[in-house]
Structures are given as structure tokens and as C-alpha cells.
Design a protein around this ligand. Structure first.
Ligand code: FAD
Length: 387
């Protein structure tokens, strides 16, 4: 293999380049990225960047030293076997890494709406978050909660509009309801069960016909994998780029990583697409090994974190089908953890609020898969590793 092309200059892209060199690949590497920037981290965009404590989140990676031909501002437009078409011309390849991430969903309507995906989005939004500004955040998910936190800190009057009955409904199910008090305590107006019909000049129109006035509207209702450019290529797509457990796509010599990849999880026996930093960080090493002819398997316990309302919220595992057990009392306002127990009394997933040790120990228990003493789990005084 002489030429590898990496499509996408985000975290998964830059980690792919690093992995190629770390695995001893000495051939040509070209990385094309639609954005005009060097690869940067996105988690701080809704935290430190919005809060004004940093302006740059560029990943510490020396592309020149790795002899990478990095082409910022060049988008891939088409793929056929052995050739990538880009806005800057055709690139033949022997191996290709698809790392084009995901893009935010926008809602209908003629009114201006901010989304938060890029450093440019973050800097533009930050400039609008001034004291007294009326900000409407659509969606009380991870991004919505973090944007609302930053806007409130900047002195804005914040309304959060959520279609579900409680925050984080998609990610956490009923456990998300325990975050409802955080909104009131922060002085925000949280409107639950309120679906947005359209974003209009001056605010939002809700499905019931009422209007929420706002100077700034931020839409945080999720993302879609950025795979439109692959339409017609013949590569299998289904909620992202379909891969096997080695991160190999249906097209020879092509692997996919990060937010755009829907990989086969050996651990869970189904396909997963995880839009979190840890996946973009860890998957490239396996994908590159695959590209270079090894039989590495990508089989992590998914992990992510969020910083909202002064809380560190961390999650590991997959709770679908598992039963919930609380550890600590969320209503008492203290630190708490939710554990999900699978059949056979193994730990399926853990969500910790300001209890990082629970997360760490819980993650190990999930990875190890040993049976636990469920009685002990609900007692927060007993370390999870001793359950
Ligand atoms: P991306 O970071 O999206 O990078 C993909 C790149 O490919 C982009 O630069 C894109 O422009 C480019 N691209 C797209 N199409 C093309 C094309 N056709 N040609 C060339 N280039 C293309 N995760 C957590 O676990 N915890 C957090 O607290 C957290 N906070 C977040 C906060 C924000 C504001 C955002 C946006 C994300 C956050 N995440 C968090 C998620 C995490 O950042 C993503 O999972 C991660 O960035 C995915 O990396 P990626 O490289 O797969 O995709």
C-alpha cells in the first residue's frame, strides 16, 4: 500500500493519520478536510470556548513532521473504487479512511438559527451571548444543556424548549428527569413537551401555535452522519457508513471511523454509531490496523461525558433492555449515580453525576462482565468495585 487518503480533518481524521505513522506506514498520506482549519477538538466548543476561557482547541499534532499532505477547505464529493473526487481534484488511493463526522440538524423556518458544530459556529454564537439577551435553546440534550449553561453564565435570559417530557430523554430515558431541577436552579425557563414548529424572525413558533420570543435561537436537536457525498458510490450506508467489527466498509480498501461510522459491535451483537469523542479517539487505531492487513477488532464499551450546570455527567455502557437502580438520591441534590443491571446481574451501564470514581469502576465492571451483588450497588457508601 503506497497511498492512503483520509477524508475528514476532525479528531478521527487526525488520529487516523497518527495511527498510520505509528503502525509504521511509510507511504504518502493525504488528508482532505472541508473546514479551513487544522484539526481541532469539539467538546470544548460548548464549554470553554462559549464560556470565553479559550479561543482555540487545535489538536496538538504535528502534521508536517508526519509528512501529511493536508488539504484544508477541500471537500470530498464522490467516491469510486480507488479514486476520491474532491473539490480540489481527483485523488487516487490504495487505502481510504472515511472520517467525515456528522452535521447538525436544522429546523424549518425563516428565522436565524445557530447550530454548534464548528469553531466558527462557537465564536459566532459566543459573540451573541451578552447580558440580557433572550436566548432560546431548542433541545434539552447534551449540547442544548451545555449551551444553556454557558448562555446563563453570560447573563442571558434563557428558555429551553424540549419536545420530550424531560431532558436527555433519548440518551438516558427516565433518568434524564432528574436533571429538571438544574434548569430552575440556574434561573432558566424549561418548557417540556413543547415541540417547535418553526424558527421565525424574533423567536420560535411551537406546535400548539404559541410563540417564544428570542433574540438568539440555538438549535440542538441532534446530528446526521455526513455521508451524502457517498451516495451512488455503492458503499453500504445505513445510518452512517456500515462497517464490520474491523471497521472495514463494503468497499475494498476503505475503512470508516468516528461519528460517521456504524460499526458491528461484537460485545452488543448489533450495529452501533456513537457520536462521542472517545470513539473518534479510539477507533482509528483499529481501522488503520485493518487497512494495513491486521485483524484488529473494535469493541469498546461506549463512553462520554458532559459538563452542565456545574455538574460532571459521565456515562459508560449501553442500558437498552437493562433495569435501573439508583445509587444516591438525586432529589437530595447530592452527587448520584444511576446503574443499569443486565440479566444475570452484570452491570450494563452507569451514569454518574459528580461521582467520577463510580464511572471509572463501573466502566471496568462493564468491560469485565462479572456478576455483581445488586443489593450493594444501591448503597453509595460501598465502592462499586466491591459490589
Ligand atoms: P468531526 O469532528 O465532525 O469531524 C469530521 C470532519 O470532516 C469535519 O471537519 C467536517 O467538516 C469534515 N467533513 C465532512 N464532510 C466532508 C467531506 N465531504 N469532505 C471532507 N471533509 C468533510 N463528545 C463527548 O464525548 N463529550 C463531550 O462533552 C462532547 N462535547 C461536544 C460538544 C460539541 C459542541 C460538539 C459539536 C461535539 C461534542 N462531542 C462530545 C462529540 C465529539 O466532539 C464528536 O464525537 C467528535 O468530534 C467526532 O469526531 P469525528 O472526527 O468523527 O467527526
Amino acid at each position: 500500500m503506497n497511498r492512503v487518503v483520509v477524508v475528514g480533518g476532525g479528531l478521527a481524521g487526525v488520529r487516523s493519520v497518527e495511527a498510520l505513522r505509528a503502525h509504521g506506514f511509510g507511504g504518502e498520506i493525504t488528508m482532505v478536510g472541508a473546514e479551513p482549519h487544522r484539526p481541532y477538538d469539539r467538546p470544548p466548543l460548548s464549554k470553554a470556548v462559549l464560556l470565553g476561557t479559550t479561543d482555540s482547541t487545535i489538536v496538538d499534532s504535528d502534521l508536517d513532521a508526519m509528512e501529511v499532505d493536508f488539504r484544508p477547505g477541500a471537500a470530498a464529493t464522490k467516491l469510486r473504487e480507488g479514486v476520491l473526487e474532491t473539490t480540489g481534484g481527483e485523488l487516487p488511493y490504495d487505502g481510504l479512511v472515511i472520517a467525515t463526522g456528522a452535521a447538525p440538524i436544522r429546523l424549518p423556518g425563516d428565522g436565524p438559527q445557530h447550530v454548534l458544530r464548528t469553531i466558527d459556529d462557537a465564536l459566532e454564537l459566543r459573540a451573541r451571548l451578552t447580558s440580557g439577551t433572550r436566548v432560546a435553546v431548542i433541545g434539552a440534550g447534551w449540547i442544548g444543556a451545555e449551551v444553556a449553561t454557558a448562555a446563563r453564565k453570560a447573563g442571558c435570559a434563557v428558555t429551553v424548549v424540549e419536545a420530550a417530557a424531560h431532558p436527555l430523554a433519548v440518551a438516558l430515558g427516565p433518568v434524564g428527569a432528574h436533571t429538571i431541577p438544574w434548569y430552575g436552579q440556574a434561573g432558566m425557563d424549561l418548557r417540556l413537551g413543547a415541540a417547535v414548529a418553526s424558527v421565525d424572525p424574533g423567536g420560535l413558533t411551537l406546535a400548539d401555535g404559541s410563540f417564544v420570543e428570542a433574540d438568539v435561537v440555538v438549535t440542538g436537536v441532534g446530528v446526521r452522519p455526513s455521508v451524502d457525498w457517498l451516495a451512488g458510490s455503492g458503499i453500504e450506508l445505513d445510518n452512517g457508513v456500515v462497517t464490520d467489527e474491523h471497521l472495514r466498509t463494503s468497499m475494498p480498501g476503505v475503512v470508516a471511523v468516528g461519528d460517521c461510522a456504524a460499526w458491528w459491535s461484537r460485545r452488543y451483537g448489533r450495529r452501533l454509531r456513537v457520536e462521542h469523542w472517545d470513539t473518534a479517539l479510539g477507533a482509528p487505531d483499529v481501522a488503520v490496523a485493518t487497512l494495513l492487513g491486521d485483524e484488529a477488532v473494535y469493541d469498546p464499551v461506549p463512553y462520554f461525558w458532559s459538563e452542565q450546570f456545574g455538574h460532571m455527567v459521565q456515562y459508560a455502557g449501553d442500558h437498552s433492555g437493562a433495569r435501573l437502580l439508583m445509587r444516591g438520591d438525586p432529589d437530595a441534590g447530592a452527587r448520584w449515580t444511576a446503574c443499569w443491571i443486565a440479566e444475570g446481574d452484570t452491570l450494563a451501564a452507569v451514569l454518574s453525576v459528580d461521582r467520577p470514581r463510580d464511572l471509572l469502576q463501573g466502566r471496568r465492571l462493564i468491560e469485565g462482565g462479572r456478576r455483581i451483588d445488586v443489593e450493594k450497588v444501591s448503597d453509595p457508601a460501598i465502592a462499586l468495585r466491591d459490589c
